[in-house]
Design a protein around this ligand. Structure first.
Ligand SMILES: *[C@@H]1O[C@H](CO)[C@@H](O)[C@H](O)[C@H]1NC(C)=O
Ligand SMILES: *[C@@H]1O[C@H](CO)[C@@H](O)[C@H](O)[C@H]1NC(C)=O
Ligand SMILES: *[C@@H]1O[C@H](CO)[C@@H](O)[C@H](O)[C@H]1NC(C)=O
Ligand SMILES: *[C@@H]1O[C@H](CO)[C@@H](O)[C@H](O)[C@H]1NC(C)=O
Ligand SMILES: *[C@@H]1O[C@H](CO)[C@@H](O)[C@H](O)[C@H]1NC(C)=O
Ligand SMILES: *[C@@H]1O[C@H](CO)[C@@H](O)[C@H](O)[C@H]1NC(C)=O
Ligand SMILES: *[C@@H]1O[C@H](CO)[C@@H](O)[C@H](O)[C@H]1NC(C)=O
Ligand SMILES: *[C@@H]1O[C@H](CO)[C@@H](O)[C@H](O)[C@H]1NC(C)=O
Ligand SMILES: *[C@@H]1O[C@H](CO)[C@@H](O)[C@H](O)[C@H]1NC(C)=O
Ligand SMILES: *[C@@H]1O[C@H](CO)[C@@H](O)[C@H](O)[C@H]1NC(C)=O
Ligand SMILES: *[C@@H]1O[C@H](CO)[C@@H](O)[C@H](O)[C@H]1NC(C)=O
Ligand SMILES: *[C@@H]1O[C@H](CO)[C@@H](O)[C@H](O)[C@H]1NC(C)=O
Length: 413
């Protein structure tokens, strides 16, 4: 639930909230040009969230406005949000595009339409972190998770998007690291934009095909019996909620057979996830530690380096070997290689934070990934992954200290 002060803040940020009153008719706002709404506790269409309303879309997400802010559908057809002091903070920029009026549709789409009832602008084209039934996530758009459960400001860490290859969820890094993908094979022949559509019972991917044809692929969801929405959470989960005397989570859409450990921040940076428990990387030998919990009481916050990596002292770089460990994403930087070449390549590149080596049964013929940023790691359950995997975390050794277990110090300049 939102703290009290948000009630007004969010409402005037043009709030669309899904609501399912028992038999209560919902009053969907419509407006002609030159209409102004003022943000106040008693404003029409104001929602206080005590009825279970949830925010599924908001404009101006990052700069909430105050009491007495105004939302105006101008005579020129622009929808403008001004803060209490009159400064314009958001607009649809639809002036001069023959807007005739505004509707909030039953689906939850805020629409500016022209004299022919054609859509000029719609909130469905500007998704925030949620989708409602009937809504599409089109190639070029993305869902961006909020900073936290109580703070709807864009966190920027997790996003979901569709492109010509499928549906993806990524965590922000340079380059972004993909933690979920639903790929559609083949090459795209049509020129139509690819999209995912939230339908009754599925999230349908239209990549090579488009409606009314069948989707290329579907993610099966529980069927809609009352009302639903899905939201990309600040932890990277895409959850499906359904109304049944209150909103209930009915499905965790991106969680696959690797479970919660496959989420990038489940154990924070450098943390290890094992059966839902978090710990910090330790050397096999335990004579020397390179990572410590950021907060001993909250192991899920991750681990920090005891001695930060220093590129100017790369001769004192070495590896902490984590056997049978894997990572939620893998982009082979080097293919058909062995463990040693993989490690050498990481030592030779200051941006590399770990060497991740995967192979089947021939350890001389594996793939090597050299990520520049490390989120949570997880134990490699071979029966599920069907590969061997080791992670070598790059660490800074002090000149006098002995090398981590299983590796020998090497000079690198
Ligand atoms: C908008 O204008 C039309 C035509 O003048 C009128 O019938 C309708 O009631 C107006 N709607 C609102 C919400 O004011
Ligand atoms: C609320 O809506 C009603 C009916 O549409 C209207 O008569 C009233 O003036 C509105 N109140 C405010 C504060 O806008
Ligand atoms: C909002 O505007 C009204 C009327 O101008 C004023 O009385 C009230 O103090 C303002 N509220 C806030 C919180 O600024
Ligand atoms: C807007 O709402 C009015 C009244 O509900 C409806 O007649 C009209 O078709 C709607 N227009 C659009 C573009 O949804
Ligand atoms: C919400 O999160 C943003 C981004 O992390 C932060 O800048 C802002 O201070 C937070 N707001 C509140 C009320 O905590
Ligand atoms: C969704 O599909 C199921 C099964 O076909 C049906 O019972 C249900 O009424 C549908 N829900 C909506 C909101 O159309
Ligand atoms: C590394 O060396 C460069 C150039 O000698 C210097 O500018 C930089 O400050 C050094 N960085 C650190 C962390 O010592
Ligand atoms: C892992 O490697 C060993 C030999 O090093 C091999 O016997 C085993 O089959 C491999 N596991 C998988 C899942 O490929
Ligand atoms: C393992 O892979 C290497 C490199 O590709 C190859 O030379 C070697 O023959 C392979 N060994 C086996 C047992 O297949
Ligand atoms: C070093 O690694 C970074 C990130 O992994 C990569 O972008 C860059 O091209 C690499 N540099 C060299 C010289 O290989
Ligand atoms: C490393 O060894 C030298 C000489 O034995 C000593 O003076 C220095 O304090 C040691 N440094 C660390 C970090 O232990
Ligand atoms: C652990 O370190 C000790 C002392 O540095 C060494 O004698 C021992 O062989 C190491 N054990 C392993 C498994 O590397």
């Amino acid at each position: 639930m939102f703290p009290k002060c948000w009630n007004f803040i969010i409402i005037i940020s043009i709030l669309l909230s899904l609501q399912l009153g028992d038999g209560q008719p919902f009053d969907y706002p419509t407006a002609n040009l030159s209409t102004t709404w003022i943000n106040s506790v008693s404003a029409n269409h104001s929602v206080d969230f005590t009825d279970g309303s949830k925010v599924v879309w908001s404009a101006n997400r990052n700069h909430p406005v105050k009491i007495n802010a105004t939302l105006q559908l101008t005579s020129g057809g622009d929808l403008v949000l001004r803060d209490a002091d009159g400064t314009s903070v958001w607009s649809t920029n639809t002036r001069g595009r023959s807007v005739a009026g505004l509707n909030l549709t039953e689906e939850g789409n805020l629409v500016l339409f022209d004299r022919n009832n054609k859509v000029v602008w719609q909130s469905f084209d500007h998704p925030t972190d949620a989708l409602v039934p009937g809504q599409k996530l089109v190639s070029g758009q993305k869902l961006t998770a909020s900073a936290s459960i109580t703070n709807s400001t864009e966190g920027g860490l997790f996003s979901m998007f569709v492109n010509n290859e499928g549906l993806f969820a990524a965590v922000k890094a340079n380059p972004p690291q993909i933690y979920y993908q639903q790929l559609v094979v083949g090459t795209k022949a049509n020129k139509k934009a690819s999209y995912a559509k939230f339908q009754n019972g599925s999230l349908a991917l239209y990549i090579h095909s488009s409606e009314p044809r069948d989707p290329d692929s579907v993610i099966t969801l529980p069927q809609i019996s009352s009302a639903q929405y899905m939201k990309l959470g600040s932890d990277g989960h895409l959850r499906l909620y359904e109304w049944a005397d209150g909103w209930k989570e009915v499905f965790d859409i991106l969680t696959g057979y690797l479970g919660d450990c496959n989420y990038p921040t489940v154990c924070g940076k450098n943390g290890i996830c094992s059966n839902g428990q978090c710990s910090c990387p330790t050397s096999v030998n335990a004579s020397m530690n390179y990572f410590k919990p950021i907060n001993g009481r909250q192991p899920n916050l991750g681990c920090s380096e005891i001695t930060p990596l220093d590129c100017n002292a790369s001769r004192y770089h070495n590896f902490l070997e984590l056997e049978d460990m894997t990572y939620f994403t893998f982009n082979a930087d080097i293919t058909s290689t062995n463990m040693d070449s993989c490690k050498q390549a990481c030592l030779g590149n200051c941006s590399c934070k770990a060497a991740i080596f995967r192979y089947g049964s021939n350890s001389s013929n594996g793939d090597c990934y050299l990520p520049a940023q490390i989120f949570s790691l997880m134990n490699n359950e071979q029966d599920k992954t069907h590969y061997n995997s080791s992670v070598f975390m790059k660490v800074q050794i002090t000149p006098n200290a002995s090398a981590p277990a299983k590796t020998s110090p090497k000079d690198h300049d």
